[in-house]
Unconditional design. Structure first.
Ligand SMILES: Nc1ncnc2c1ncn2[C@@H]1O[C@H](COP(=O)(O)OP(=O)(O)OP(=O)(O)O)[C@@H](O)[C@H]1O
Ligand SMILES: [Mg+2]
Length: 268
């Protein structure tokens, strides 16, 4: 059982001009093993900062992150990251990208080859193993990124707008794939998105963050991710509760954006 405990995190960036930005303030949260959480919020509310702290790329100014009771002090293979795009090794084949982690861990090809093949099958890239990254579409590249992350056997997968650069149709297919991987692997997943629809579909827990300072505004527990596993996501979206939650959260975020705009205009 892996438990991710986010304990009273605050993050302040001190700028060279002497001012500072309070990117996160008093964020506390616990995720149990296998939970799928989406994170939404206006631009600048600290979503990426939060993920970077969970990954161990940034040290918080206050608070701590514990994974299975162990304090996170830097990046390691327990927490895998999937970025929006551009984080693959362009010059390597699909197979070499996915096997990069096990290779770096010093494993012999006979130890990981079968699993890498299996992961590439799961993400639908069976026939593309020897291709170079630049020969793939954006959706295929994100599937490689998912497989590469899984090959490291992380307890927690952190995704920062992983589907944000894809066209609508590819994005929908990838949403189904994320749900499938979540159910099949039982991983804990945190996924940041700007899309309210995507956050509703890919979050059995949905966190809405507010800006200045970045903080948790509201949390939902939702049935749509479970309903979407192996199902037609367009059918899930027809659920009246889905529509009602979408409108509620859209209004919430609009109100935050308007408040930010109001403050910006008042400062001018
Ligand atoms: N390295 C840094 N140095 C200074 N300020 C930073 C740094 N990283 C982030 N910030 C500031 O912290 C705040 C939160 O940034 P962050 O990137 O976490 O927001 P976000 O919610 O991911 O936004 P977006 O939706 O646009 O990706 C912003 O005001 C940003 O300018
Ligand atoms: Mg961000």
């Amino acid at each position: 059982m892996s438990e991710l405990k986010i304990d009273n995190l605050s993050m302040r960036f001190d700028l060279p001009n002497g001012s500072s930005v309070q990117a996160l303030k008093d964020v506390s949260l616990t995720l149990q093993s296998g939970e799928l959480m989406s994170v939404l919020g206006p631009s600048g509310c600290g979503k990426t900062t939060l993920l970077n702290i969970l990954a161990g790329f940034l040290a918080p100014t206050e608070g701590q992150v514990l994974l299975n009771g162990q304090k996170v002090t830097g990046p390691d293979a327990h927490r895998g990251m999937v970025f929006q795009q551009g984080a693959l090794f362009e010059w390597m084949s699909v197979r070499d990208n996915v096997s990069f982690g096990p290779r770096m861990a010093g494993k012999a090809p006979s130890d990981y080859a079968e699993e890498v093949d299996h992961l590439l099958d799961i993400v639908g890239l069976k026939d593309f193993k020897e291709k170079a990254i630049y020969e793939l579409s954006g959706g295929m590249q994100q599937r490689v990124a998912l497989a590469r992350c899984l090959a490291n056997h992380p307890d927690v997968i952190l995704m920062d707008e992983p589907l944000g650069a894809l066209d609508a149709l590819t994005r929908e297919k990838m949403q189904s794939l994320v749900l499938k991987l979540w159910k099949e692997t039982g991983k804990t997943i945190i996924l940041i998105t700007h899309s309210v629809e995507e956050a509703l579909l890919l979050g059995e827990r949905l966190l809405v963050m507010a800006p200045r300072p970045g903080r948790i505004h509201k949390e939902y527990r939702l049935p749509f991710a479970d309903a979407g596993v192996g199902a037609d996501l367009r059918e899930v979206k027809k659920n009246p509760e889905y529509t009602q939650k979408r409108e509620e959260i859209l209004s919430m975020i609009w109100d935050m954006e308007e408040e930010i705009m109001g403050r910006t205009e008042a400062a001018q």
